[in-house]
Ligand binder design. Sequence first.
Ligand code: ATP
Ligand code: MG
Ligand code: MG
Length: 564
Amino acid sequence: VADPDAIFKQGFLAQVYEQRPSKNVVTRFPPEPNGYLHLGHSKAIAINFGFARHHGGTTILRFDDTNPDVEKEEYFVAIQETIRWLGFTPSEITYASDNFQRLYDLAEELIKQGNAYVCHCDEAETKRQRGGDKGSSPRYRCADASQDVEANLHKFRDMRDGKYAPTTAWLRMKQDVENPNPQMWDIAAYRIPQDQRPHFRTGTKWRIYPTYDFAHCLCDSFEGITHSLCTTEFLMSRDSYEWLTQRLVEFQPMQREYGRLNLTGTILSKREIQPLIEKKMVQGWDDPRLFTLKAIQRRGVPPGALLSFVSELGVTTAKTFVDNKRFQQTVRQYLERTVPRLMLVLDPVSLIIEDAEEEELDILFSPKDSKMGSHKVRLTKRVYIDRSDFREIDSKDYFRLAPGKTVGLLHMPYPVKAVSFEKDEATGAVVEIKCTSVKEGKKPKTYIQWVPEGSPTAEARIHTALFKSDQPKSAPGGFMNDINLNSETIWPNAMVESGFYEVRRRAPWPKAEGEKTGEVGPESVRFQAMRVAYFFLAQALDSDCTDDHIVLNQIVPLKEDLGK
Ligand code: ATP
Ligand code: MG
Ligand code: MG
């Protein structure tokens, strides 16, 4: 396992710390409550919380709730749960909206300094001011920029009091239109939202709202954020960030930018996930085929594996495009050493071992780690194997069970040889295979899994990639035309050996995780179903999974070629 703190000890984040060494590091994670967090956000969470923790500091969870047109209360809870699940605890939970009055007062102050003006230009005119379509014409300011302070104050108060229709007036910072950086071309500080919906915290108190560029840096300062870490789309914004804090506040935070994390073969953006839900291509935001953090959790990925993934990729200023196969590979490696193994058959068919003596076998949970202990499996005369491990007609290149052929049964003292089989006349399906033990001869080439008679049944859900191509957005006709309609397979009558109950009783798996993350026992029942896949008991997350109806979600396949 990669050292999750390695990214803070060298490279980009170590340099960020050197630029501002501090005994009292304060960072923030600032989600906008307009949707569920996704895989990319786990990088932001790991960086912000991890950086502070590494330097003995604290991290504030700040909801960046400055746009009532798109924000909803339901997201607050989900975002907090996800952060806790990843094992982080905010020192404080704050809301940008708590500062609306203070921000407003500072906007007036900026006007009084002569550093802001109310502008009435529309989008087209503003574009011309900024050099036109190609950006190559000379830049200029409108007449509004030379209004006196009194006029600006008056107009700004009128904006606040609802005397202007949406988009007819906005407050602009008076920066430097000669500067090559577009973030300095008199950008917006306050706007009148189109929909005028009530804000879920401040109701109808405000008709005007600060922009990200105005609010974010000032809130950072109010909260004493020492290192304001964000993604590289904000690189140009650093100039306006510093321009504004230098004019309005004492405490100067430092903004630094790292590369976003992106995944191939899927989509992460809320705007694009929404139609998938509406068209019922997925069940909801936490559908295991999506890469929201709720979906990843429901699929059974341990939070530690997610953090290892982020840490292995490292942090630089480059945008990282990662193949989702690599994500699965990291998860698989993480699980391989840390979860117990059991036998499970997805599609059981009866196998009678005619000369078997009933006995009890003691089986290790992991051949690689005896500390995981062992469990008992009763060898019965009738066992169940997977239908796909039997063929009615043998062939030379086939090494599993067929009439006259010998195969090993995992953990069993001897191999078996099929002697006959019966079919259901109506369906043609094999219903029972008879075999005898083979106590002498060569070791079999293949060992297959089995479960004893009377083993618990389970519903196993296997999810594979939701999209057919690696770049669903560039697929002909867009990502909606790239959907793999067979991305969910349900095995309603799977059987798992009764050692499953012992695994469930002894959760969390992985063991060390439980202490470090926000998972509780029932949220962390994971095992390797030998020769099948890694599975997760969905009890805490899938509402139709109960004590009597076990639902298992595939976390990742055992090998890449079995699906993405
Ligand atoms: P999206 O539109 O994809 O949901 P966002 O940037 O609008 O992303 P926010 O809720 O505003 O999402 O982001 C909260 C924090 O998470 C920000 O600091 C943002 O830079 C960071 N973040 C968002 N997406 C990623 C990503 N893919 N990789 C790394 N950090 C990210
Ligand atoms: Mg967003
Ligand atoms: Mg955003």
